[in-house]
Design a protein around this ligand. Sequence first.
Ligand SMILES: Cc1cc2nc3c(=O)[nH]c(=O)nc-3n(C[C@H](O)[C@H](O)[C@H](O)COP(=O)(O)OP(=O)(O)OC[C@H]3O[C@@H](n4cnc5c(N)ncnc54)[C@H](O)[C@@H]3O)c2cc1C
Length: 493
Amino acid sequence: MTRALVWLRRDLRLYDHAALSTALSSYDEVFLTFIFDKTILDPLLKKGLRKDRRVDFIWQSLEEINHELKSKSPSSGLMVRHGDPQVEIITLAKSLGVDAVLTNRDYEPSAIARDHAVEEALKLLNISFMSFKDQVIFEKREVLTQQGNTFSVFTPFKNAWFKRLTPDDLAPYPCFNIPSHSEKLGKIPKTLRHDMPSLESMGFDKTDIDTFVRPGMSGASQLYEDFLGRMDQYQATRNFPSIKGPSYLSTHSRFGTISIRALARESFRIMSSGSLGASTWLNELVWRDFYFMILSNHPRLANGVSFKPSYDQIIWESGDHAQKLFASWCTGQTGYPLVDAAMRQLNATGYMHNRLRMVAACFLVKDLGIDWRWGESYFTDQLNDFDFAANNGGWQWASSSGCDAQPYFRIFNPITQSEKFDKDGKFIRKYCPELSLLSNKSIHAPWLAGAIELESAEIRLDDNYPLPIVDHAQARLNTLQRFSVVKSSDSNE
Ligand SMILES: Cc1cc2nc3c(=O)[nH]c(=O)nc-3n(C[C@H](O)[C@H](O)[C@H](O)COP(=O)(O)OP(=O)(O)OC[C@H]3O[C@@H](n4cnc5c(N)ncnc54)[C@H](O)[C@@H]3O)c2cc1C
């Protein structure tokens, strides 16, 4: 009788799952576990994030998995623990007497170090550790230039990605769709049968996550069904935050409550009927692979450094002045309505539209002159879909320090971005209701409106809505000056 323990992490589903599929097809008895990792959760509590929507999302997704496992085999279930995985996994593997621990690969350097430590400890017990590619289509060095190097620019990476792709890369991993596999679910010994730790017992509170994104595999498939009907229009609608254009699936792809292969397969199917929307959306999934590939080949990025080293010479605003500007940005009080609406959307929901992530990030770095790492860190705490690789990639893109970033002299104008992507101010009105009576013309820059319009719209600048905290034209000049230190080396990196 051979036994395996499947360790779930950012792959919270029971279908098309590489590690689970291998365990079910190769072992007689299979157990599943998830560890709420204290080394990750305790720092959140220290920052005061008791109401962390991500933790709640995970908790609810695990509850669904547990329920589903029990419905297949009542004596099975998901073994959920709260502790240090380096201890908990070893204890469970030993107690269950498994031959192997199987898991899907994580590409963040800290996770790689953790997995290595677990593997070494298991080795001493003669238990093997196996990891699988699951959360990306291509990983590490699978997509290379003709010279055998990794890419640092997206478009050639994307072209090589498509060239390399075969139907096998998107084929689903069979799990419980093979009926006999349910019989392989191991009976959890009485001594190991614990209730799932409650959010409260781990120091967290219930959140409003369900209002914005329904957790679990069921939440993911509902959202995906909804998006399928809109995918064809994605190209036309994706840039307008007041329109239901994007998929809103990022939290699900972050936690693996949906399979990335299933998403890519389906967009291919729709793309083959000539859908521009589907091909643009698939492109976004390739961006996701791109940033994972960048992180796994440049793990130094996890140390807070710029991809292009010369950008670490830039001198950012500092002191109380910088703290004040940063606080205004975080709370959506910059006086630039689109930026403020974006930040308020993030604070209220844990989500920010992609166009707005670009606008808000550029504003922080290039209008306020604040170090991009401050913004990266704020997004890290707030985003439901926070993912180190994509977040770091996005911030380094905005600050021009990244691998395939916008040039440093490209500086978004927050007013023209607003006029272009929220023409009638619908999105601004939703998150900045104090501006809702302004005309479609004035809502993008209230300080340019006449006194009569401001009065009839009940706006008192510097009172119930801020005056702009910086002048964009002046800030632009300051930025060009600030970035002049990298000018000479920019093209060589
Ligand atoms: C400063 C900044 C920070 C960001 N931080 C994150 C983050 O922490 N986590 C995250 O998942 N995305 C991040 N992004 C990328 C992007 O904004 C989000 O993936 C997207 O807005 C999520 O919404 P959606 O699922 O509706 O996207 P859709 O438009 O429906 O896109 C489909 C999927 O493609 C992937 N995707 C789309 N754009 C990107 C991208 N630029 N990079 C990597 N993957 C992408 C996501 O998985 C997304 O769910 C960031 C972008 C910027 C500019």
